[in-house]
Design a protein around this ligand. Structure first.
Ligand code: TXA
Ligand code: MG
Length: 338
C-alpha cells in the first residue's frame, strides 16, 4: 500500500491504478471513498471484498462533469418533468454532497448497482477527487472507505488503519470538509424522496424542487437504500444517544465520554454536577455555538477519537432536527443500534 499526499504525481499514479483495475482511496468533501473503475466489474468486485460489504448494497458512481451523466444513466427513461427536476438540482447543487438515483445505463455493470435498475450518481465538490476522475477518463464507483458497518473515514489515516493492506494507494488530503456522507435522493418515482440524509440539507432541495419525502425505515424496507440498515456507522465503543434533557441528567460512574452537540448544554451539564465531577469523564462538544454544519464536520472525527480512548461508553446528544442535524441524528441513531 502507498500512502501519499495529493500532488500531480500521486494523482497520476492513482489514475493509472484505476485504469489498471486497482483500488484507490481518495478524499472527497464528505468522507474518503474507496474507488475503482465503475465500468470494470473485476475492479468493482475488489471493493466489496476489501470492505467486507454484502453484494446487495449498491455503490455510488462519481462523475466530474454534468455532461457525463449520459454515460452512467439512461436519462431517456425519465419523463420530461423529472428530467427538468434533475437538471435543476444538478445545476444548483452539483458539485456537492448529493447523490441522485437515476435509471442506470447498460454500460454500468450490475455489480455496481447490486442488480438494481437504478444507479446513484454523485459529482463531488473536491478538486483532487475531480482530477482523479477526469485523469482516469472514467467514472469511479466508490463507497465510503471503511469496513462495512463501521465509522466512515474523515482522514486518510482512518483508511490506512482499517483497510490499508487492501488498497493499492491512499491519497491523503487531511480532514474532509463536510465530515459525513452525501444525501441520497431518489427522483425516479415521481415524488422526490430522501433515502439517506446527508451533507445536502432537505431544506436546500425543497427550495428548488418542492416538498421532499423522507425515508422512514420499516422492517422490510431496509434494502431500498442499505445505508439505512440499522447498526451502521458504529464505533466499537458502546454508543448511547440522548436528547438534551436526558444528557443533562446523565451521570456515569465508569470511564465515559459525553459528546455534546453544543457548548451551552455542556455548561449546564457541568453546572448541574458542581463538584461531583470525578474527572474520569471525557467531554467533547461538536459545535460551541450549536452550528449543525460545524457539528457534522466533527461528528465522525470525534467518534474516531473517542473510540481510541478505551472508555466504556459514549453518551451522545442529539442535534436539532434541521439543516445537517437530520444527518447527524441519523448517523448517531444507526451507530447506537444493535
Ligand atoms: O458521500 C458519499 O456519498 C460517500 C463518498 C465516498 O462519495 N460515499 C458513500 O458511499 O457514502 P456508501 O457506499 O457508503 O453509501 C452509498 C449509499 C448507500 O446507502 C446505498 O444503499 C445507497 O447509497 N445507494 C447506492 N445506489 C443506490 C440505488 N441505486 N438505490 C438506492 N440507494 C442506493
Ligand atoms: Mg458507507
Amino acid at each position: 500500500m502507498n500512502f501519499l499526499p495529493v500532488t500531480s504525481e500521486s494523482l497520476e499514479k492513482a489514475a493509472k491504478i484505476i485504469n489498471s483495475g486497482g483500488l484507490v482511496a481518495f478524499p472527497t468533501e464528505t468522507v474518503y471513498g474507496l474507488g475503482a473503475d465503475a465500468y470494470n466489474p473485476q475492479a468493482v468486485a475488489k471493493i466489496f471484498e476489501a470492505k467486507g460489504r454484502p453484494k446487495f448494497d449498491p455503490l455510488i458512481v462519481h462523475i466530474a462533469a454534468i455532461k457525463t451523466l449520459e454515460n452512467v444513466a439512461s436519462l431517456s427513461l425519465l419523463n420530461e418533468e423529472t428530467r427538468k427536476k434533475l437538471y435543476l438540482l444538478a445545476e444548483n447543487l452539483w458539485p456537492g454532497p448529493l447523490s441522485i438515483i437515476l435509471p442506470k445505463s447498460e454500460k454500468i455493470p450490475g455489480l455496481v448497482t447490486a442488480g438494481l435498475s437504478t444507479v446513484a450518481v454523485r459529482f463531488p465538490d473536491h478538486e483532487a477527487a475531480l482530477r482523479l476522475i477526469s485523469d482516469s477518463g472514467t467514472a469511479i464507483a466508490a463507497p465510503s472507505a471503511n469496513p462495512f458497518g463501521s465509522l466512515s473515514p474523515t482522514r486518510a489515516e482512518h483508511v490506512r488503519d482499517s483497510l490499508g493492506h487492501k488498497v493499492d494507494l491512499i491519497l491523503d488530503d487531511g480532514q474532509t470538509r463536510i465530515g459525513l456522507e452525501s444525501t441520497v435522493l431518489d427522483i425516479t418515482g415521481g415524488k422526490i424522496k430522501i433515502l439517506r440524509p446527508g451533507g445536502t440539507p432537505k431544506e436546500a432541495i425543497e427550495k428548488l424542487a418542492g416538498k421532499v419525502q423522507c425515508f422512514e425505515p420499516k422492517a422490510n424496507d431496509a434494502f431500498t437504500s442499505p445505508g439505512q440498515l440499522k447498526s451502521h456507522y458504529a464505533p466499537r465503543t458502546q454508543l448511547f444517544v440522548l436528547n438534551r434533557e436526558e444528557i443533562i441528567r446523565k451521570t456515569c460512574d465508569q470511564s465515559c465520554a459525553f459528546m455534546f452537540f453544543d457548548g451551552f448544554t455542556k455548561d449546564i451539564w457541568l453546572a448541574e454536577r458542581g463538584k461531583a465531577i470525578h474527572g474520569r469523564e471525557v467531554l467533547r462538544v461538536l459545535s460551541e455555538t450549536g452550528d449543525t454544519l460545524e457539528a457534522a464536520a466533527r461528528l465522525f472525527e470525534t467518534l474516531h477519537e473517542l473510540d481510541n480512548l478505551n472508555i466504556s461508553r459514549i453518551f451522545a446528544q442529539l442535534a436539532p432536527q434541521q439543516g445537517l442535524g437530520e444527518a447527524i441524528n441519523d448517523r448517531l441513531l444507526r451507530g447506537a443500534a444493535v
